[in-house]
Design a protein around this ligand. Structure first.
Ligand SMILES: Nc1ncnc2c1ncn2[C@@H]1O[C@H](COP(=O)(O)OP(=O)(O)OP(=O)(O)O)[C@@H](O)[C@H]1O
Ligand SMILES: [Mg+2]
Length: 499
């Protein structure tokens, strides 16, 4: 979008509009009469024409016929004429918007801004159109495509529902009378999927049956348009519902960002505790050895060999400390990007980062690892492992179980990586097992859990790695004893086959 032609006989208005658009870096040409506009149109391909209707030497709308394609060159009417029929006729001719001039033009300018913003937006909203009439499909596409909407069409319910599964749409426009299914049935099918609860569905129908319309609203339809419709109203409703959808998606995204931040902070808190715990031992070794040396020196008994040996111990301990700190720092410093990593090493890291709370609680980790190099967000997956390990630890504590095991198996089957984490903490109660991946679902007291651990883990596995995570309860034997516990199974397709 760059070239704009302003056709308007009032110099004041023409200049005002040009000024506005110049400031937005558009390349504007001004025509003050019909003839000049014709000359410009013959020479130059415009992206947008802002068109006054009454010109001293002709009628503005006749210029529309000279425009080759109304998808390449959009036309917006800017006029003082409020005649309704003319207005609808112009929409029929493919104009994008009809803006009434107001006193100081502030409303009109704001409207032009809106149109431009919509046309310039890189990601166009996707609309699914389900209608059996080829004429209606064509008419609606012709209204929506120049408005920068990406339209997919379906001629019946089956095709429409099929398309819906394949792509993410911002709006569904649904005809009531379809050959294979009634619109209300289609609506019911759409709304029964939790994923589409907030997807706006615009019903389009010739019916005047108030009961039917009321029912559609009750079933979750967002709006209703009666056929034959007023184009401007139709276009406005589509704009409104697509904006609504976008805003909703944005809210969701922000909520997710917040949750992800919270979850990372929680993991960080655990790790700080772990670091403090792990630092204690080397620090006390250093203090003890240092005071030993100074004592011997005080009594002049310090031999050079002893000094060297003890300094060595101090160096070793200090190095150990700095390593512990380093691995902590790495966790937060590394940028969040996908890379190759070794799965066993990553799991070892998660044990290391949680070790203080596992060793003191006598939890034994039994590993059965295949050597797997995989591609993904290692730091995020580390969080997933830590979340699951911590949950198992919490269950052991809560139920006061004596023998505590966590079995971790990794396998690579046809480039699908499976990671299974099983505990013997009794399993997840049946009545909540379907909810534990929901956000804010927790059975823990206020301070102890926020209920985002598993939600975030699922987000990371499914959305960022195209994988799946599930939980089951299992009875199993280990060293001739029978146990019950929860098994978390993560499946991730390994996308980097060549490495
Ligand atoms: N291994 C397990 N065995 C039994 N129940 C479990 C297990 N793991 C999770 N749960 C149940 O699932 C719930 C949700 O776990 P989730 O990790 O999402 O939240 P949380 O641990 O309660 O809080 P946090 O946000 O601090 O992790 C837990 O409160 C617990 O009831
Ligand atoms: Mg948890």
């Amino acid at each position: 979008m760059k070239n704009i032609l302003i056709v308007e006989d009032s110099k004041v208005i023409n200049n005002l509009v040009k000024n506005e658009l110049d400031n937005l870096n558009y390349n504007c040409h001004q025509a003050f009469d019909f003839k000049k506009a014709e000359v410009f149109l013959k020479k130059i391909q415009y992206d947008l024409i802002i068109l006054d209707l009454h010109l001293p030497d002709g009628e503005g709308y006749e210029l529309i016929n000279q425009v080759k394609s109304l998808t390449d060159t959009r036309v917006v009417i800017l006029t003082g004429n409020t005649e309704k029929q003319l207005r609808e006729d112009l929409f029929h001719h493919g104009v994008l918007d009809y803006i009434i001039k107001d006193k100081n033009l502030s409303f009109a300018i704001a409207e032009i801004h809106k149109v431009l913003k919509h046309l310039e937006s890189k990601i166009s909203d996707k609309i699914l159109l389900i209608d059996d009439s080829a004429f209606m499909r064509k008419q609606m596409s012709m209204i929506l495509t120049p408005r920068n909407y990406q339209v997919s069409v379906a001629k019946d319910a089956t095709e429409g529902l099929d398309l819906l599964l394949k792509e993410d749409y911002n709006l569904v426009i649904l005809d009531m009378e379809l050959p294979d299914m009634h619109g209300s049935e289609v609506l019911e099918k759409i709304k029964s999927n939790p994923k589409y609860i907030n997807l706006p569905v615009l019903i389009i129908s010739g019916t005047t049956n108030a009961d039917l319309i009321r029912n559609m609203y009750k079933m979750g339809a967002s709006d209703f348009i009666r056929k034959p419709f007023i184009i401007e109203e139709f276009a406005l409703k589509v704009d409104i519902w697509c904006d609504y959808r976008k805003k909703h998606l944005l809210d969701l995204e922000q909520k997710d960002k917040l949750l992800s931040q919270q979850s990372k902070m929680a993991t960080m808190g655990e790790m700080v505790e772990n670091i403090i715990h792990q630092s204690r031992q080397p620090l006390s070794v250093i203090t003890a050895v240092a005071s030993g040396i100074s004592l011997e020196q005080e009594y002049s008994q310090l031999k050079p060999e002893t000094l060297m040996k003890n300094l060595d111990v101090i160096t070793q301990s200090a190095m150990h400390l700095s390593e512990t700190m380093g691995s902590f720092r790495d966790f937060f410093k590394k940028e969040d990007s996908k890379r190759m990593f070794n799965l066993s090493e990553l799991l070892e890291k998660s044990f290391e980062l949680t070790s203080s709370k596992f060793e003191t609680r006598n939890i034994q980790i039994i590993k059965c690892f295949e050597d797997i190099n995989m591609y993904g967000f290692d730091i995020e997956l580390l969080q997933v492992f830590i979340n699951i390990l911590n949950n198992a630890r919490d269950e052991f504590e809560k139920k006061d179980i004596k023998d505590r095991f966590i079995f971790i198996d990794t396998k690579n089957i046809n480039n699908n990586i499976s990671i299974s984490i099983k505990d013997n903490a009794g399993g997840v109660p049946k009545d909540i097992i379907d909810n534990i991946f929901d956000s804010y679902f927790t059975t823990k007291e206020d301070e102890e859990g926020t209920g985002i651990g598993l939600y975030m883990s699922k987000e990371i596995v499914t959305k960022h790695h195209n994988g799946s995570i599930s939980v089951k309860n299992k009875n199993f034997t280990h060293k001739d004893k029978v146990y019950t516990g929860a098994v978390f199974e993560i499946l991730i397709p390994n996308t980097h086959k060549n490495l």
